[in-house]
Ligand binder design. Structure first.
Ligand SMILES: [Zn+2]
Ligand SMILES: [Zn+2]
Length: 258
């Protein structure tokens, strides 16, 4: 692994170790680029507070941590400041305005809920309601349409029990939209090694057919996962099952000032 763009910090309240340990692990495992992409601080209009995002009050702290590591390790590795972001229609603009005060390097689209989180469904929980998948794909496509994202993280995260035809239709819609907009899709190593409901074979069969660009990410919530060679090997084997050859680096969409 040469680059990992999906890395968390303890500021999201469900990741462990010191950010410095992630950097050192990345260097030890031969990475050239380490992108931190913690769950973006989302200042919801209605006052809702998400407990798995960086608290709005910790926003400066996150930027300070990553920026100082960037400087300190600049001769050893390229460190990037990013965010993992949901497309929540009611609060997306507000969130974007809020983070525009920071000089971040990139955004990845990681949609965990339908609608606006407080009024939606957590998509990793199993559902038999077909509309969950349709709504998820709608929001991912709307997110892609903003032109702000460099990657779709775990595009196959929805945990769905429904007829295969519906899944094929929706996965195809997502893959084709990503392809048209030249945005890569992520094979999520955390999902693979923790045996979550993703990665999903059917999704990657379709992505291979559509010809999407694919990258493997650690989605590291623990330092030892950063560039872990055994886990990366498993990711490559998984991709190879579908004839997918992952890319090493992302073409980053740079921050545009609103
Ligand atoms: Zn995620
Ligand atoms: Zn993540």
């Amino acid at each position: 692994m040469l680059a990992n763009y999906h890395t968390h910090t303890y500021l999201c309240h469900h990741a462990y170790d010191e950010p410095r340990q992630y950097v050192e692990q990345a260097i030890n495992n031969g990475l050239k680029v380490l992108g931190f992409s913690d769950h973006v601080p989302y200042p919801f209009k209605n006052g809702y507070v998400s407990d798995y995002h960086i608290f709005v009050s910790d926003s400066d702290k996150y930027v300070d941590i990553v920026t100082s590591l960037k400087k300190e390790y600049k001769n050893d590795i390229e460190i990037l400041l990013g965010y993992e972001v949901e497309y929540y229609p009611k609060d997306f603009e507000r969130m974007l305005n809020f983070i525009s005060q920071y000089d971040y390097d990139y955004l990845i689209l990681g949609q965990h809920f339908t609608f606006n989180e407080y009024d939606g469904h957590y998509v990793a929980f199993n559902s038999r309601d077909k509309n969950v998948l349709t709504q998820y794909v709608n929001q991912v496509c709307d997110g892609i349409d903003t032109g702000l994202f460099s990657l779709v993280a775990h595009p196959d995260i929805v945990n769905m029990t429904c007829d295969e035809k519906h899944k094929i239709r929706e996965y195809t819609r997502l893959c084709e939209h990503a392809k048209k907009n030249i945005i890569p899709l992520e094979i999520n190593l955390l999902g693979l090694v923790a045996r979550r409901n993703y990665p999903t074979d059917l999704f990657w069969e379709i992505a291979a057919k559509v010809g999407n660009e694919v990258i493997i990410s650690c989605d590291a919530h623990d330092a030892y996962r950063v560039g872990n060679k055994k886990e990366y090997e498993r990711g490559l084997e998984y991709a190879a099952k579908f004839g997918i050859k992952p890319i090493d680096y992302l073409n980053l969409v740079k921050k545009t000032t609103a």
